[in-house]
Design a protein. Structure first.
Length: 374
């Protein structure tokens, strides 16, 4: 395509975003600022102590951005090879809690081959534009020839333990198997070793890395700043998207219980929506919004959102705000409906503003701020 047409399209896109601003919401008019464009299905964003950002693209590229969101033209080298097929690819990027001292980052991604892939975690030192001393510290087993439901979100808790959310790989029964990582939350030490207090350490036939089981496909995970609890959300089948509070050793039900239905025919799945010994979600969406990305809000710019949960939606193409009372969801607001397309990741920056990634061939990094009031 001639350069003049590309520039014209970019200018039209910027004009369209600007002309629609500000966007209404219940508590604030929202100002959207496109910081970066031309991203290839961006998946995750992380902030570094010096103000820079790290951003993953699903095809396997790790990018550096400056504090203003400008993309460094030189990608980070040394990223592990990824299986960028179907839903596979490079997923989350997470700096170590002591990154300023050790420069360690963690990547989750689909590793292996298209015929036998699984979600992995690699740890490496960020040295300028390169990753050094990269080591795979976890590999989901067994692998699968499926190309979806990888999960892939990473999180550190207050004690410095590392968590990974995993999907069932589209093979439902795996989420209830003791000797299978699929459909679980995984808990590790920061070097990939297994904490001795994991719930099934020493239990014959159990994967010791497992912290929970019974999940379908978790693509959001966040630490509640008030309680320290870990919250996740997951995709349901034709309805039944869930928000859950994670507890050691808990079973979240899939595919035995669910609020979703079979695709196409809409028939019940499993044994209904409740069963003794299985957790109930804190929030359910029917029909599905296809949640992805998740962050608790803390900051001054959106002071009235303090402690609220922000969730992106792929199918729903919106930003969802959940009001909480302790561990209960008491209200929901749907914002930016159709304004940006598929929202893949949601982050709250050090400045208290909200940053969104859009899951497109021409993906964007968009900053959300309160619009100036007259």
């Amino acid at each position: 395509m001639p350069l003049r047409f590309i520039l014209a399209a970019l200018l039209l896109g910027l004009a369209g975003l600007a002309s629609a601003n500000p966007y209404p919401s219940q508590l604030y008019p929202l100002q959207l600022t496109a910081l970066a464009r031309g991203l290839n299905h961006p998946w995750s964003l992380a902030f570094l102590p010096d103000g820079r950002m790290l951003l993953t693209e699903r095809a396997g590229r790790l990018r550096l951005l400056d504090a203003q969101g400008r993309i460094d033209p030189q990608a980070v080298s040394g990223v592990p090879a990824v299986v960028a097929v179907g839903q596979g690819g490079l997923f989350d990027v997470l700096p170590h809690p002591r990154f300023a001292d050790n420069h360690l980052i963690y990547l989750s991604y689909a590793g292996g081959t298209p015929e036998a892939s699984s979600t992995e975690i690699a740890r490496a030192q960020l040295d300028g534009h390169a990753l050094r001393d990269l080591k795979v510290i976890f590999r989901q087993l067994p692998r699968s020839d499926s190309d979806h439901h990888y999960g892939g979100r990473l999180l550190f808790d207050r004690a410095g333990k590392l968590y990974l959310s995993l999907g069932d790989r589209g093979e439902d029964a795996r989420a209830q198997r003791h000797n299978d990582h699929a459909g679980s939350v995984i808990r590790l030490n920061d070097d990939g070793s297994v904490p001795p207090d994991n719930p099934w350490v020493g239990h014959s036939g159990w994967k010791p890395e497992k912290f929970t089981l019974g999940h379908r496909n978790q693509q959001g995970m966040a630490l509640n700043p008030r309680s320290g609890a870990i919250w996740t959300h997951e995709h349901g089948p034709q309805g039944g998207d869930e928000v859950n509070v994670i507890r050691a050793g808990a079973n979240y039900g899939w595919p035995v219980i669910t609020y979703g239905k079979t695709y196409g025919l809409g028939l019940p799945i499993g044994e209904g929506t409740h069963k003794a010994g299985m957790e109930q979600p804190r929030k359910v969406w029917v029909p599905s919004i296809a949640p992805s990305g998740m962050a608790f809000y803390q900051g001054k710019p959106f002071a009235h959102w303090q402690g609220d949960l922000l969730i992106g939606a792929l199918k729903g193409e919106m930003l969802v705000r959940l009001k909480l009372d302790g561990d209960k969801v008491v209200a929901e607001e749907r914002m930016l409906k159709g304004a940006l397309g598929r929202i893949r990741d949601v982050r709250v920056g050090p400045d208290g503003l909200v940053y969104l990634l859009t899951d497109e061939d021409d993906g964007q990094l968009v900053r959300v701020s309160p619009a100036p009031t007259r």
